[in-house]
Design a protein around this ligand. Structure first.
Ligand SMILES: Nc1ncnc2c1ncn2[C@@H]1O[C@H](COP(=O)(O)OP(=O)(O)OP(=O)(O)O)[C@@H](O)[C@H]1O
Length: 217
């Protein structure tokens, strides 16, 4: 058996609030191998998103991760890394997409520029070259009329199209792991099915591991 790409062990996350301590995650463990999908299904409030944010080291200031918790990614415990070291991994080797793409996209910048910027942060290159990569990504995520989309703003697109832009952004640096946190919750049912099919196809073509977080009905 090959080693898992991601293995979380005994993840505990508490939040300190003015009303006391909130025990959001209590000893969660799971693992996912390269190229595999793991579906994490649970009720609203059960700690699915908090766990994903713990993996990405994107927890709120008032969060505390348990001293015995471990988040192994490709053999490294991410909880041991500095913020600078995490920046090398976040958006590069591990990407995340969220349920509401509108809140993740900057409303005042063209979507093409936003995806190009993500590429350039991790792989410095001229803007023109980055935009050519963005166009390829927009084609890959099957955005209709991809060339014209480059210069559009988020509000000029439908919810499903915006989620495709977020997926393009997440794929931009060819991550080993994609965490999709309820990626279809904010979308119409038919669009939900299209996005899930797209994620499945991309997972195969990129040989990515995917953690798919879904709410249980
Ligand atoms: N910054 C915070 N301060 C205090 N409590 C928080 C904070 N962030 C999250 N929580 C709490 O942690 C718990 C788990 O939240 P989380 O968002 O992970 O649930 P979830 O399973 O992803 O739910 P949903 O499916 O509704 O997104 C909730 O009770 C939430 O209120």
């Amino acid at each position: 058996m090959t080693d898992p790409l991601l293995k979380i062990e005994n993840v505990v996350v508490d939040f300190r609030t003015i009303h006391g301590t909130v025990n959001a995650v209590r000893g969660l463990s799971y693992e996912v191998a390269r190229g595999e999908t793991l579906a994490v299904v649970g009720e609203s409030g059960s700690g699915k998103s908090v766990t994903a944010r713990a993996i990405m080291s994107m927890l709120a200031e008032n969060a505390r991760v348990g001293a015995d918790s471990r988040i192994w990614f490709d053999g490294t415990d991410l909880l041991e890394l500095s913020e600078l070291e995490m920046q090398e991994i976040r958006g590069n080797r591990i990407s995340m997409i969220f349920q509401e793409p509108l809140t993740s996209l900057n409303p005042i910048h063209r979507v093409g520029d936003q995806v190009a910027e993500i590429i350039q942060i991790h792989r410095p290159m001229p803007k023109k070259q980055a935009m050519a990569e963005v166009l390829k990504l927009f084609q890959e995520v099957q955005l209709p009329d991809p060339e014209a989309r480059l210069s559009q703003y988020p509000h000029e697109m439908s919810g499903g199209q915006r989620q495709r832009v977020m997926i393009a952004m997440a794929l931009a640096n060819k991550p080993d792991l994609l965490i999709a946190d309820e990626p279809t919750t904010a979308l119409d049912v038919t669009v939900q099915a299209e996005i899930l099919t797209l994620l499945k196809d991309l997972q195969k073509s990129h040989n990515m591991a995917v953690v798919l977080i879904m709410n249980s009905p």
